[in-house]
Design a protein. Structure first.
Length: 254
């Protein structure tokens, strides 16, 4: 489970947050996105996630707008990003970038917030939405709704397409498994709401909110879900053998 690397910090900003440009590395590659990044309410002290993707999300409830960035960093005081997206009318959005459909910091145009396990959910003890998942070597050249595109690399027809949906067997008695608290939360969410393959990764991974904005790490803090252990150790107890693939409509990326 990615938390402090290869995940995403979420910065919630007020209506009067000062705005500044975030410059695309290649503005000519997407002039519309370059324009969308001209006025971004980046908060002071913002810090993208560690890892190679350097992702970051800004959410402004007052305007119902979200910005997300891929390979974001400061260069001589100027914010820059390789790519990303701006989503207006977030509360009524279908769950993916659709205007235009190729925006977004993920390989699928499913937003970084989609399926992210928030720290508030960790504290509340329940996750009331589907989970985002990364898999190694997703299928090349095709994807499944809600994905809008793919960076899949595997030519084999049995490879998992990005956008694929899974769930845990509805008849599985999760409470009888004796799972650690976080693993139980993930399992219940996977059973009730499902799992969506959102991206390609170096391993099979869920996503937990990067704690950068909090100033402390609740995931690894004493008494936290990964106290004195690795996330992979907790998730070996996830009931993977009860996972079910749901039928999907395939789309070609060509």
């Amino acid at each position: 489970m990615n938390t402090d690397k290869w995940s995403v910090p979420v910065y919630t900003v007020p209506a009067d947050q000062p705005r500044m440009p975030v410059t695309l590395d290649d503005p000519g590659s997407d002039p519309q996105l370059a324009d969308a990044f001209e006025q971004v309410p980046v908060p002071a002290g913002a810090r993208p996630a560690d890892g190679t993707d350097h992702q970051l999300v800004i959410w402004q409830p007052a305007t119902d707008t979200m910005w997300e960035f891929w390979i974001m960093r400061q260069d001589a005081g100027v914010w820059k990003a390789r790519y990303g997206g701006r989503m207006s009318n977030v509360s009524t959005n279908p769950g993916y970038f659709d205007d235009p459909p190729r925006w977004g910091a993920t390989a699928t145009s499913i937003p970084l917030l989609g399926g992210l396990v928030r720290v508030s959910e960790l504290n509340a003890g329940h996750i009331d939405h589907a989970l985002a998942l990364a898999v190694p070597e997703p299928r090349q050249g095709s994807y499944s709704w809600p994905a809008q595109r793919t960076d899949g690399t595997a030519p084999q027809p049995q490879a998992i397409p990005e956008g694929a949906r899974f769930r845990l067997d509805p008849n599985l008695n999760i409470d009888a498994l004796g799972l650690p608290p976080l693993t139980r939360m993930l399992a219940l969410a996977a059973q009730r709401y499902g799992i969506v393959v959102r991206d390609r990764g170096g391993c099979v991974a869920f996503y937990g909110e990067d704690p950068n904005p909090l100033g402390y790490n609740p995931w690894t803090a004493p008494g936290g879900p990964f106290d004195h252990t690795m996330p992979s150790a907790a998730l070996t107890k996830f009931p993977w053998n009860s996972l079910q693939a749901l039928q999907t409509d395939m789309h070609s990326s060509t």
